[in-house]
Design a protein around this ligand. Structure first.
Ligand code: ADE
Length: 330
């Protein structure tokens, strides 16, 4: 690490905090979970924000909280309703864990949400990052966080690919102990909007003078290569209903959720009704949707008007939305 990087992560920490927080105060995005520090709401937002873009979270956040406005309402809900409200956010294990954790809070903690990162980590689905994020943002505990954005910011500032425990140490050392929640969100915000993975806008960065890299750090940030796959689905409609199948309950991805029946492509002399693109984790899917009857009847007719009460996979919801918007439905 050169002297600039050392300064950024050590001697000039007070200057670093002042600059970062002044920038955050002037530039923070107006995100719904930043409006109040209600612990339950911050918790829900942090679970949704794991592996999901802020824009997609905003679309679902209000509706989820309308359906489950308190930890009691969430704990008492049926799992199918929770999954239905989660539909479109993906990574459904998060929703199952959130539901399980709400039950623990209501049944074992007498409705009292934890107030410290150590307490949060005891709940299902809460790892080190999420515990620190909730405890600092909602409870004001002075604990640093490291997520992908913070990692990149710290690496570029320091000018070397620090990893693991050293990242947590750096985050803790820089933390503004008077405003830990704002500081942590400011680090994430800087990574998401200025110190971006590609083409960071260093000229607008409040920390440019403290940064050892001022650009992309060579070799430190390797992109994950996306896989490509084609899949085919049958779109089978009748009297305002659509034919859907349920995924097995014992698969790891989207267990028990509803989707269109997958088929082999029905021959070369006709084409699909339409094609959509969809990404799940490291796979980019090209999805062909055929207007055809599925080859088997292990499914159910579900009325188009009742679809928002069903736990659809994000891809099924995307396809059915497209069908509706092109007036092919009903
Ligand atoms: N990513 C995870 N938590 C976040 C937050 N509170 N603000 C912005 N991005 C985030």
């Amino acid at each position: 690490m050169d002297s600039t990087g050392k300064r950024a992560l050590g001697a000039t920490a007070p200057q670093f905090r002042t600059r970062l927080l002044a920038w955050y105060d002037a530039n923070a995005r107006d995100l719904p979970w930043r409006k109040d520090h209600d612990t339950y709401r911050v918790w829900v937002s942090e679970i949704m924000l794991q592996q999901t873009r802020v824009a997609a979270v905003i679309e679902h956040y209000h509706e989820f909280l309308r359906r489950f406005p308190s930890v009691e309402k969430l704990a008492n809900a049926r799992q199918a309703s929770v999954l239905a409200a989660w539909s479109g956010l993906g990574y459904y294990r998060r929703a199952r864990m959130l539901h399980a954790a709400a039950k623990v809070v209501v049944r074992k903690l007498r409705r009292r949400l934890p107030q410290t990162a150590v307490g949060w980590r005891e709940l299902p689905g809460i790892g080190r990052y999420t515990a620190a994020a909730i405890a600092s943002i909602a409870c004001g505990e002075a604990v640093g966080v490291v997520d992908g954005n913070v990692e990149r910011v710290l690496q570029r500032l320091g000018g070397e690919p620090i990893r693991g425990e050293a990242l947590w140490g750096a985050s803790e050392k820089l933390l503004d102990r008077a405003r830990p929640g704002d500081f942590n969100q400011a680090m994430m915000e800087l990574g998401a909007t200025v110190c971006t993975p590609r083409a960071p806008t260093c000229l607008t960065c409040p920390l440019i003078e403290l940064c050892a890299t001022r650009g992309e750090l060579n070799g430190a940030e390797k992109g994950v290569r996306q896989k490509k796959r084609e899949i085919h689905y049958a779109l089978h409609r009748r009297d305002g209903a659509v034919f859907l199948v349920q995924r097995p309950k014992d698969v790891s991805l989207m267990a028990g959720m509803w989707e269109l029946p997958e088929i082999t492509p029905p021959g070369k002399n006709r084409g699909p009704a339409f094609t959509v693109r969809h990404s799940i984790t490291v796979t980019d899917y090209t999805v062909h949707v055929w207007s055809t009857a599925p080859p088997n009847d292990h499914g159910q007719w579900i009325s188009v008007t009742g679809l928002n009460r069903v736990a659809l996979t994000g891809l099924a919801r995307k396809i059915l939305k497209k069908v509706e918007s092109t007036k092919e439905a009903t």
